[in-house]
Design a protein around this ligand. Structure first.
Ligand code: ADP
Ligand code: MG
Length: 559
């Protein structure tokens, strides 16, 4: 038996760990399962290298709650540790074995998916446990080891009887952390953090119909036929999907697979996504993921915590602020990258070079996807426009790169349901507005019903009227006006229309001169002239004998 002191410079590090290591105590389970996963993946790696005389088999990780004994067990069938390795990897706090492994097998281990690199994860067990035991048997011939530590810097290390390869971690849960002895709590945590981890995780068992059993038809004495009851068998309850869609190649997935995965991510979401984007890059950083465009109807303040961030299939957070450009946080899905620094502040994240590259890569991918959807099936794209425009318009306003790219697919619908790109619009109105030597003017409405008479009047004059009704479109128009300088936008009920209408186009008023004068005076009394102007002669539709307009700048002030 060895006794000794854990190699740290502070007198007692455990109170510090409890307080400061992670603000969220529940992540201890994520850390232990990450270690169990790493241990299993290391074994897999060695067996593929032919380094070890190991039978890899179908290893799994098991989590067991012993409520009576106040213990929680995490058991793996991975690489295990010798007593020396326990001394080295466990006793030297912050000496990360994972990093050493990656160093040693640098190039071949790069893609092995190993998670650990802080060298502190194991000690997070002391956030919830008053005593921790490790019983471990290395894949080598070395005898098994049993390490115990009760939260003081003292530990004991003895030989153990364990004969099968792998590691069992036993947490003696402390009284303040009793919640972690509830099966429901552990299940919740496993589903939150480990739902897509690469090694199967067993949590209890479940009864299922025996797939090999064919129920016979039984005929009773009255000649009635019934089916024999199905035979039940007990199987491991595996709580995770070790090969989620984002880890596969896009070419191996059908549209239905993406939809299935969407349902797996959001079981309570009944609406299907409009389309998906599969992210897959390995240079200059590693990133995989799938983003989905859900149906979005005009609302800007929709939930923005629907994209989940993973690191090597371990859930990290659903706050992707700073990693995904803000306008894309309206999307859903997952992003997985080992290259995103995790335990650092948001402000650091935003300044980090790798993160900036990731953010602009995602923006580019989304823009490319939208462009190809537009090019491949414009009709379908137009049909979806109303549900996606808010993201695109918001993106055009907030990301210069996206603004440039969106030129190819951003649409401007007319009140009659025709859709134009900016260039198409320009070419269309250019032909009609030969008298304009500065900017061309396009009329738009934001409410088809309320502005009906103005729309009709403009159409009667041969003007195309756009229907731009999303909550941020007025800002977008301003941006288009200042940065593209080809077209200016005027509300169909603004006084602008007056200037557009060429004199020779104007039809003669249906009122006599006298009537016109009378009405004019009456309206001037009724309507404050500093805010509105009244035009009697401009209208030619029967529905509207006159028109009240407001200067464009006043309109925008209100928006
Ligand atoms: P990290 O995972 O960042 O390396 P940890 O504190 O989580 O740091 O773990 C320290 C080291 O202890 C690991 O790198 C590994 O060498 C060893 N270890 C921890 N858990 C296991 C396990 N279940 N099986 C084998 N080795 C383990
Ligand atoms: Mg770890």
């Amino acid at each position: 038996m060895t006794k000794g002191n854990i190699n740290v410079s502070v007198e007692n590090i455990f109170p510090l760990i409890k307080k400061f290591l992670y603000s969220d105590h529940e992540i201890f389970l994520r850390e232990l399962i990450s270690n169990a996963t790493d241990a299993t993946l290391k074994l897999k790696h060695l067996s593929t290298l032919g380094d070890a005389k190991v039978e890899y088999g179908n290893p799994k990780i098991e989590v067991k709650v012993d409520k009576k004994g106040k213990k929680l067990h995490v058991i793996d069938q991975g690489i295990g540790m010798t007593a020396e390795e326990v001394e080295k990897y466990i006793n030297q706090i912050a000496f990360s074995g994972a990093e050493e492994f990656l160093d040693k097998y640098k190039d071949s281990a790069k893609d092995s998916g190993i998670i650990g690199h802080f060298g502190l994860g194991f000690y997070s067990a002391f956030m919830v446990a008053k005593k921790v035991e490790i019983i471990t048997k290395s894949y080598t011939d070395a005898p098994a080891a049993h390490w115990t530590c009760d939260g003081s810097p003292e530990f004991s290390l003895t030989e153990a009887k364990k004969t099968d390869r792998g590691t069992e971690i036993i947490l003696h849960i402390d009284d303040e952390s009793k919640e972690f002895l509830e099966e429901s709590k552990i299940r919740e945590l496993l589903l939150k953090y480990n739902k897509f981890m690469p090694i199967p995780i067993k949590f209890g068992t479940k009864e299922i119909n025996d797939p090999d059993f064919e129920p016979k038809t039984i005929t009773d004495k009255d000649g009635k036929e019934t089916k024999e009851p199905h035979k039940k068998i007990t199987v491991d309850n595996i709580i995770n999907n070790p090969t989620p869609a984002w880890t596969k190649q896009p070419t191996d997935l059908k549209d239905e697979d993406y939809k299935d995965f969407y349902r797996e991510l959001y079981p309570m979401q009944f609406e299907e996504p409009l389309f998906h984007i599969h992210l897959n890059v390995d240079y200059p950083f590693n990133l995989t993921g799938i983003l989905y465009f859900p149906k979005m109807t005009g609302e800007l303040n929709i939930q923005r915590d629907k994209i989940q961030l993973y690191q090597n299939q371990v859930f990290v957070t659903d706050n992707v602020e700073g990693i995904v450009p803000e306008f894309l946080t309206m999307l859903r899905g997952v992003i997985d990258s080992p290259d995103i620094p995790l335990n650092v502040s948001r402000s650091y994240l935003q300044a980090d070079g790798a993160v900036k590259k990731i953010s602009s890569y995602i923006t580019r991918k989304v823009a490319d996807k939208l462009k190809s959807l537009f090019n491949n099936n414009r009709e379908d794209f137009e049909a979806k426009w109303n549900d996606i425009k808010i993201v695109i318009e918001y993106g055009m306003l907030s990301e210069e790169k996206f603004f440039e790219k969106a030129d190819a697919f951003a649409l401007y619908p007319s009140v009659d349901g025709k859709y134009y790109t900016y260039d198409e619009l320009y070419n269309k109105i250019k032909a009609n507005q030969t008298d304009k030597d500065d900017k061309l003017v396009i009329l738009y409405a934001s409410d088809k019903d309320a502005q009906h008479s103005y729309i009709e009047a403009a159409k009667a004059k041969g003007y195309e009227v756009l229907l731009l009704d999303s909550p941020i479109v007025s800002h977008l128009m301003q941006k288009l006006e200042t940065s593209k300088e080809k077209i200016s936008f005027a509300r169909v009920d603004a006084d602008h229309i007056d200037k557009l209408i060429k004199k020779e186009d104007t039809t003669i008023s249906k009122l006599s001169e006298e009537q016109t004068k009378e009405l004019d005076e009456l309206l001037k009394e009724l309507i404050p002239s500093e805010k509105f102007s009244v035009q009697l002669e401009a209208m030619d539709s029967d529905a509207s004998p006159f028109m009240i307009t407001q200067p464009e700048f006043m309109r925008r002030m209100k928006e």
